[in-house]
Ligand binder design. Structure first.
Ligand code: ZN
Length: 330
C-alpha cells in the first residue's frame, strides 16, 4: 500500500544514529555563535557554512560545520538550550526513543571543566529533556579516530565510572576520518569496555568505501551495530557476516548522498541489504545540518525502495536493535 508524507511523519519512530550537534536547530547554533563571533575561523560564513545542502566532494568538506559546532555551548545554560532544541526536533518527528551521540571531551575543554563534570552536565540535561518531552533517551559516547582515541576513551570511561555508571549512557561509538589509523589498542579498549560495563558498541565504518573497516569494527571492536556501512554492499562475505551475526546497519539515506558515500545517480546500497537480509534501521545522522528531518530520510528510503512494509516495520526494528533496555511496550 502506498504511503504519503503525512502518514510517514505520523509513524512512531526510534532514532539510533543522530549527533547532538547535528540535531540542534541551525538558528539556535547561530544565535549562540553570534555571542562569540571573534572566535570563528576566518572566512566562515554563519549564513552559508552551517548547513550542507548539496553533495560534497569528501567527508572532510561535509564536516565543515563542525569547525564551529565545537565552539558551543560555553555554559551549562547554553547546553540546556541545545538539548531542548534537539528534543523539540525529535518531538516534531514523532520520535519515541532516541540514542544521542556526543563526544563530551570538547564540552570539557570549552568550558574549562573536568570530563566528569561535562558528562554530568550532558546526562542531566538529557534526563531533564526526556522527562519534559516524554521521549526516552540514551547517550552514546563518541570517540574520534586517530592518535588520541585511546586517551579520550579512557577519560570518558573514567568519568562514566566516577558518576556511578549512569543508566542514560548506553553505548560507545567511533567516528571520524576512516583513512586515519587509530592506535592498535583502541579496539581492545572497546572490547574491554563492553565486557566490563556492558556498554554496546557502534562504529562508523564503511562510509567512505573501506569495506575492511566494517570487518575490523566487528572483529576488533565488537560492533553491535555499524554506522552507515554503505561499503558492505560491495562484498557478499561482509553482508553475510552482518546477517549471520545479526549486526544492524544504521542507514542514513540523506547524509549518504551529501557525503557522497552514495553517488546521486546510483541506487542506495540499502537495496542490497534488503536483498541479502542484512538488518538495518533508518536514521538521520545530522538532520539540522541538512535542513532536514527523520521523516525526509524515511521518504528518501521509500523513494529508493518503494517498500511501505519496511517503513511500517521500522519502529519494531528500531526497538529490537536499540541499545536502550526495556523498550518493549513503548
Ligand atoms: Zn554519524
Amino acid at each position: 500500500m502506498l504511503m504519503n508524507e503525512n502518514e510517514i511523519k505520523l509513524l512512531n519512530k526510534g532514532e539510533l544514529h543522530v549527533h547532538l550537534n547535528g540535531l540542534v536547530s541551525t538558528d539556535v547554533v547561530r544565535e549562540l555563535l553570534e555571542e562569540n563571533k571573534s572566535d570563528l575561523p576566518s572566512g566562515f560564513d554563519l549564513e552559508r557554512d552551517l548547513n550542507i545542502l548539496q553533495p560534497t566532494d569528501s567527508l572532510a568538506s561535509y564536516l565543515k560545520p563542525w569547525q564551529v559546532l565545537r565552539l558551543v555551548p560555553r555554559s551549562r545554560a547554553c547546553l540546556g538550550l541545545i538539548v531542548e532544541s534537539a528534543f523539540l526536533n525529535l518531538k516534531s518527528q514523532n520520535v519515541r526513543f532516541v540514542e544521542i551521540r556526543n563526544s563530551v571531551i570538547y564540552l570539557a575543554l570549552l568550558n574549562n571543566i573536568s570530563v566528569d563534570r561535562a558528562l554530568s552536565w550532558l546526562v542531566s540535561e538529557i534526563e531533564l529533556a526526556c522527562e519534559k518531552h516524554k521521549i526516552i533517551a540514551g547517550l552514546i559516547l563518541t570517540v574520534s579516530r586517530g592518535d588520541c582515541a585511546p586517551e579520550h576513551l579512557r577519560s570518558l570511561l573514567s568519568a562514566y565510572e566516577n558518576l556511578g555508571r549512569p543508566s542514560t549512557v548506553v553505548g560507545l561509538d567511533l567516528a571520524g576520518n576512516e583513512n586515519i589509523e587509530s592506535p592498535i589498542e583502541t579496539g581492545s579498549l572497546f572490547l574491554h569496555a563492553k565486557d566490563k560495563y556492558e556498554l554496546k558498541v557502534t562504529i562508523h565504518a564503511g562510509e567512505t568505501g573501506r569495506v575492511e573497516n566494517i570487518t575490523s569494527a566487528v572483529y576488533e571492536f565488537g560492533a553491535d551495530r555499524i554506522g552507515h556501512g554503505t561499503a558492505a554492499s560491495k562484498s557478499v562475505e561482509v553482508m553475510d557476516l552482518l546477517k549471520h551475526r545479526d549486526i544492524c546497519v544504521e542507514v542514513c539515506p540523506i547524509s549518504n548522498k551529501l557525503t557522497s558515500a552514495v553517488n546521486e545517480s546510483q541506487p542506495h546500497p540499502v537495496v542490497d541489504f534488503i536483498a541479502n537480509e542484512v538488518p538495518f534501521v533508518i536514521c538521520s545522522d545530522n538532520p539540522s545540518i541538512h535542513l532536514s528531518d527523520l521523516t525526509k530520510d524515511y521518504i528518501e528510503f521509500y523513494r529508493e525502495t518503494r517498500s511501505s512494509q519496511h517503513l511500517r516495520d521500522m519502529y519494531s526494528h528500531q526497538k529490537k536493535y536499540s541499545f536502550i533496555k526495556g523498550l518493549h511496550g513503548n
